[in-house]
Ligand binder design. Structure first.
Ligand code: AGP
Length: 608
């Protein structure tokens, strides 16, 4: 997730670009840059690190032109650095981009053969070169852009300018947000509404496949080469509402971002046709994968719960034993490693001291380390032999939501990858998983369409003092995660338990005051869960069940039921997590706690 801004008009252009980037910094902050006209030439200024570094670089400078673009980056391809910062320039063409170009490697090879020289490791730079290449063949700027867009696969929101066209700003969108702001004799583009609110409230929301040509006088939009009219919307939000995308809290916004985050994390890595998974940076060779005898996964908090899901999936699909440990415990044990082990460290921030410490312990023993993290070039990423990034985008709320879903997504990709290399895909079961896997974002969207029913349940239980969360098998870690979310957000005591363990102790807690959230997917250990349900009912416990949409029996026995789309077991964690995140969110909101920054917690725990 990055932020892009663009302007054409008579205002002080550098102020518009920097002000816009300030409002977009929440989308990424590892480097930033601007490109704007000055005396008929395009000047590109970029800086690694926070936006303030760029602001310091341009302080006191004045520019004569009336068109420019800017970018604040959240690295995906290529670590944060000056060269990888946007805008990217090739010949006369300058581009800022938010998204992921899936076929950039093959296009890059093709362009290098033709003599193009690349300055960065980004996927974005190929777009500038591709347009330049078509212009070198004699096309004008607009034709060159259209031709280039036909060649690229993936997601993009683009702002493009050209030294030969000082009165034109081009914008294009596919699966990444992009808005055009309309003013009097001026036009804007931005990834999000807040960047434009100081200047205009009249906005056009581009749709997939749209290409907008913006001049001072007009905005012309086409899609598939056909001219098209899009509605001009007047935005009434205030600035703060706009930064949260109209949601009350960042957490709620991030919960709603999960379908997009999971899609981005799968994108370019999973071939839906043959089931093949590819990673840019996997630390083991094919031979080493074949010999792999066991995997250790370490993490903390929510990331630890993702690791527990990973154990289930990897053991079951790839048939490799997996041991999962809490990082702070692992580093003070004396674990036994075999020569052919792989260590996986999971951390949203990539900076958690306990995880970092455990990783360093393992490295001393000569074990290969793979990290799963959301932050490019974070400490954990730098110390690993290989990294797989989750493309969740910056997670601002302290309570982790979209990072969790994308971690599970990566673990499922790893399981499929290992299974492919060790067993091949002879079994149609694997292809069935892949077919269902690509539907996961859609399942999530279905749940998000009816949050009102979950809000209603939250209101009913808001004054309860203790909660029990129960799940079995692959949903036991989800019960743990549901309980953690409730604890950290609402300061209500909650415990996650494997449902089968209830009779070994926690059953003593159950009475009419105790709500039990039970994860009950029909067709998966259902008879066992049903026995737990009966045991809770007999003791007057209040039952909140999360069940499949076609399960009507559960309506008869549970006090409240949250229905989710039916899916197969490897995908259940992605589907069952959302209702629990929402339940915790609404309970906390009704209680009036500080949802985005709960007491005593920090987003990144960099102390032991
Ligand atoms: C989750 O909601 C928490 N805020 C916390 O448990 C978090 O997952 C943990 O501190 C690990 O963080 P990391 O993923 O950045 O390493």
């Amino acid at each position: 997730m990055c932020g892009i801004i663009g302007y054409i008009g008579e205002r002080n252009i550098i102020d518009v670009l920097l002000n816009g980037l300030t409002h977009l910094e929440y989308r990424g902050y590892d480097s930033a840059g601007v490109a704007l006209f000055d005396n008929d030439k395009v000047v590109v200024i970029r800086s690694e690190g926070k936006l303030t570094n760029l602001i310091d670089k341009v302080k006191g400078k004045r520019f004569t032109g009336s068109v420019g673009i800017g970018h604040t980056r959240w690295a995906t391809h290529g670590k944060p650095s000056n060269n990888n910062a946007h805008p990217h320039k090739a010949g006369d063409v300058v581009v800022v981009h938010n998204g992921i170009i899936e076929n950039y490697l093959s296009l890059k090879k093709e362009l290098i053969k033709k003599g193009h020289k690349f300055d960065s490791d980004t996927d974005t730079e190929i777009i500038a070169h591709l347009i330049e290449d078509y212009m070198l063949q004699g096309m004008d700027f607009l034709k060159g852009v259209k031709k280039a867009l036909n060649r690229i696969d993936g997601s993009y929101a683009l702002g493009i300018i050209c030294e030969r066209e000082p009165e034109m700003l081009i914008a294009a969108r596919n699966e990444s947000p992009l808005i055009v702001g309309v003013g009097k004799n001026e036009g804007f583009i931005a990834s999000d509404i807040p960047a434009l609110l100081p200047y205009t409230r009249d906005m056009i929301f581009l749709e997939d496949g749209d290409l907008a040509v913006i001049t001072k006088e007009r905005v012309e939009i086409s899609n598939q080469d056909k001219d098209i009219k899009r509605k001009l919307v007047n935005i009434s939000w205030n600035q703060l509402m706009a930064e949260k995308g109209g949601f009350k809290h960042f957490m709620l916004k991030e919960i709603f971002e999960q379908p997009r985050a999971v899609t981005d994390t799968i994108r370019g890595r999973l071939n839906k046709e043959n089931g093949k998974v590819t990673f840019e940076d996997f630390p083991l060779s094919r031979g080493e994968i074949k010999k792999l005898s066991n995997i250790y996964i370490i993490a903390c908090g929510t990331s630890y719960h993702a690791a527990l899901v990973g154990k289930f999936i990897i053991e079951s699909l790839a048939r490799i034993p997996v041991m999962v440990d809490i990082a702070s415990e692992f580093r003070y044990r004396d674990p036994i490693f075999s020569k052919n082990s792989l260590m996986i460290g999971i951390s949203q921030s990539g900076e958690t001291a306990d995880t970092l410490g455990a990783i360093r312990e393992t490295k001393k023993r000569g074990i290969k380390l793979l990290s799963i993290t959301n932050v490019v070039n974070s400490s954990i990423a730098r110390e690993s032999d290989g990294v797989i990034y989750t493309y969740a985008g910056p997670e601002i709320s302290v309570a982790s939501t979209k990072a969790f879903s994308t971690q599970i997504t990566v673990l499922l990709l790893i399981a499929l990858f290992l299974a492919y290399h060790r067993t091949g895909f002879s079994d149609s079961f694997y292809m069935d998983i892949i077919k269902e896997f690509v539907k996961a974002p859609h399942f999530m969207e279905t749940i998000l369409k009816d949050v009102a029913s979950i809000e209603k349940i939250a209101r009913k239980y808001v004054n309860k003092k203790d909660f029990l969360y129960l799940g079995r098998g692959i949903l036991f870690p989800i019960a743990l995660e549901g309980a953690l979310k409730l604890k950290e957000l609402s300061y209500v005591h909650a415990e996650g338990y494997p449902a089968g363990e209830m009779k070994h102790g926690p059953i003593a807690l159950i009475d009419e005051e105790m709500p039990v959230v039970i994860l009950a997917p029909k067709g998966y250990l259902y008879e066992k869960i049903w026995s737990n349900i009966k045991e809770i009912q007999t003791r007057d416990g209040k039952l909140i069940a999360v069940a499949f949409e076609d399960d009507h029996n559960i309506d008869e026995v549970a006090d409240d039921v949250i229905k989710v789309p039916k899916t197969i077991w490897p995908l259940m964690p992605l589907v069952f997590t959302l209702p629990l995140q929402l339940l915790a969110y609404y309970i906390a909101d009704f209680k009036g706690t500080d949802v985005d920054q709960p007491r005593n917690l920090a987003k990144s725990v960099t102390v032991e």
